[in-house]
Design a protein around this ligand. Structure first.
Ligand SMILES: [Zn+2]
Length: 239
């Protein structure tokens, strides 16, 4: 028999803003370089979708130089235990993908400050029109079928880069993380994501820093969550 056996892999998907960085570096980025307050309140009040908000706020960006972005990124605080977490998952041969609804412009320089060769990054892109000089966003993982509070759907990334039999661990803190937790076997949630999980009966571990996550992972091996696996299979077959 020559049948190929696909060995299930443990895959970690991890949010960026407010998860890897202590504060929401995306909000900070737009506060520093764009006209944040009014547009962000319009988003919170439901007057804009996330896509509309990003299109509007990117058009207000005034970025004087690459150095200005670099110096902004140098000042964003990274969770002190994040590198320890990366070392731990590397020792287990687990993969890690950053799933962010933020932008490459600040995510990449922030991550460049730490050693993280094996990290995959999925995020939105910030582009500049070479004639007008105006900035505009690109959403590589937009999914019109999903109604989540995102421009790029994180569940789409999780499902598109894993096999239904894989073990999926999800780490996050906010509204943009609510749809992928439905298809994850093990969830680490804080902030509004933890409230969402409580409301929807999604079993999760509360966490404050990556120290807590490493401690839990050392104590208990991830076990598959039946309902999440069924959900992944259902979507896998439908596509
Ligand atoms: Zn979604």
């Amino acid at each position: 028999m020559n049948e190929e056996v696909i060995k299930p892999v443990t895959r970690i998907f991890c949010d960026f803003d407010g998860t890897i960085t202590r504060k929401d570096s995306g909000d900070e980025f737009f506060r520093v370089f764009g006209q944040f307050d009014q547009l962000h309140s319009a988003l919170i009040q439901g007057r804009y979708t996330v896509v509309e908000y990003y299109k509007q706020i990117c058009s207000t960006l005034q970025i004087s130089s690459q150095e200005a972005v670099q110096s902004f990124s140098d000042n964003c605080e990274i969770d002190a235990y994040f590198t320890q977490f990366l070392e731990y998952i590397q020792s287990k041969n687990w993969t890690c993908t950053i799933v962010s609804d933020g932008f490459d412009a600040y995510i990449k320089p922030i991550l460049n400050r730490i050693e993280c060769n094996d990290l995959h990054i999925s995020c939105n892109a910030l582009k500049q029109d070479q004639y007008s000089g105006n900035w505009f966003p690109i959403f590589p993982n937009a999914d019109e079928r999903c109604k989540c509070f995102c421009a790029s759907c994180k569940m789409k990334v999780v499902l598109g880069t894993s096999h239904p039999d894989d073990m999926i661990i999800y780490i996050g803190d906010g509204l943009s993380d609510t749809c992928p937790v439905h298809v994850a076997d093990m969830v680490f949630a804080k902030g509004s994501l933890a409230s969402y999980c409580n409301q929807h009966g999604i079993v999760h571990h509360n966490w404050n820093s990556f120290f807590d996550i490493v401690s839990v992972l050392k104590k208990r091996s991830p076990v598959s969550r039946d309902i999440a696996r069924k959900e992944r299979k259902k979507i896998f077959i439908a596509e």
